[in-house]
Write a protein that binds this ligand. Structure first.
Ligand code: ADE
Ligand code: ZN
Length: 336
């Protein structure tokens, strides 16, 4: 079996995917036309050319501007369905989708509109594509604690429709501790907790996310390897890391794929998973992330199986949901 087919056949969970980051320029233009939104680009080609980022902030500025075309329930539904179709084609059996409600409520789009569109897509993805999913509400860390509490109040009546909360946006200068009280409240509501940490920020942000936010998974976390004590703890406590190689290269966390520390993390015994982050902006979906890192780091088929297995174990599904995927994974692993 060739490498691409092997990757596709591995049942995997995608655990780090910003649904707004799956907005392809073609859909951005279609929605802009339909909704009467003026874009700062003249064409799809010009849009893609603008995706030359120097760091996280240079990406975020363009990402938030692109999300302005999303207005109606149907827009969020179509966005998520397009993602689920691509994910299924890559062998994703389960996806935990991040969404950024503050980006939309700030423009006058109701929280309920966003949630309804994403939820309906999740139901149709399961029924039509066999892909299961969960929704994770992310707080924008460049905004205030009061803003985070305000969106949590809007989410509270919909508590049962949201599986967890996360923390994203500009990392530097916005340490996890800024949201300690918000996360304590989310913990009391029974929400699952994750946070971006150690993408551009230092290892101390990863410690803070663990100790003060009580998170269960670290999003990115690649800078954790700068602190051996932190690595030892992550290994000991089996804290999963949702690593996104194409994102890391596009945002210049590493100069090129050959210098990515994923293999080092795997060899150190960390529970690493592979994900796409913002695939429309970073050059590919989860299959492309597997392929490019496998080629650049000469990963073995066993490494790829480990990455897929980690993703299934790190997902927030029940044992009963996970069991058949693990059986299928071991069957594929045995055929390589
Ligand atoms: N929002 C979307 N993608 C992100 C990333 N990679 N880091 C922080 N916030 C984000
Ligand atoms: Zn992210």
């Amino acid at each position: 079996m060739d490498l691409k087919a092997f990757i596709r056949r591995l049942p995997k969970a995608e655990l780090h995917l910003h649904i707004e980051g799956s907005l392809e320029p073609e859909m951005m233009f279609d929605l802009a036309r339909r909704n009467g939104v003026i874009l700062p680009y003249a064409s799809v080609e010009e849009t893609r050319e603008a995706y030359a980022f120097s760091d996280l902030q240079s990406f975020l500025d363009i990402y938030y501007a692109g999300a302005a075309v999303l207005i109606h329930e149907r827009d969020f539904y179509e966005l998520a369905m397009a993602y689920f179709r691509r994910a299924q084609a890559d062998g994703v059996v389960h996806a935990e989708l991040f969404f950024d409600p503050q980006t939309h409520t700030a423009r006058g789009v109701a929280f309920e509109t966003v949630l309804a569109g994403l939820e309906r897509a999740g139901q149709d993805a399961l029924a039509q594509l066999g892909v299961s999913s969960r929704l994770i509400l992310c707080f924008l860390r460049h905004l205030s604690e009061a803003d985070a509490f305000a969106i949590l109040e809007q989410a509270r009546p919909h508590r049962h429709r949201i599986h967890g909360v996360g923390l994203d946006s500009s990392e530097q200068g916005h340490p996890p501790a800024k949201f300690e009280r918000v996360f304590a409240c989310c913990h009391d509501l029974g929400l699952r907790l994750v946070a971006h940490a150690g993408e551009e920020g230092p290892p101390s942000y990863v410690w803070e996310a663990l100790d003060r936010l009580r998170i269960e998974r670290i999003d990115h976390g690649v800078r954790a390897t700068e602190d051996p004590e932190l690595v030892a703890r992550l290994v000991r406590e089996r804290i999963p890391l949702t690593v996104c190689p194409l994102s890391n290269i596009k945002l210049r966390v590493f100069p090129d794929m050959a210098q990515h520390n994923l293999k080092h993390m795997l060899d150190r015994g960390l529970c690493v998973t592979l994900n796409s982050d913002d695939p429309a902006y970073f050059g590919g979906y989860i299959g492309q992330n597997f392929l490019e890192i496998a080629q650049a780091l000469n990963l073995s088929r066993n490494d790829l199986v480990t990455l897929a297995r980690n993703s299934l174990h790190a997902s927030f599904v029940t044992h009963a949901e996970r069991a058949p995927w693990l059986v299928e994974l071991e069957a594929v692993a045995g055929q390589d």
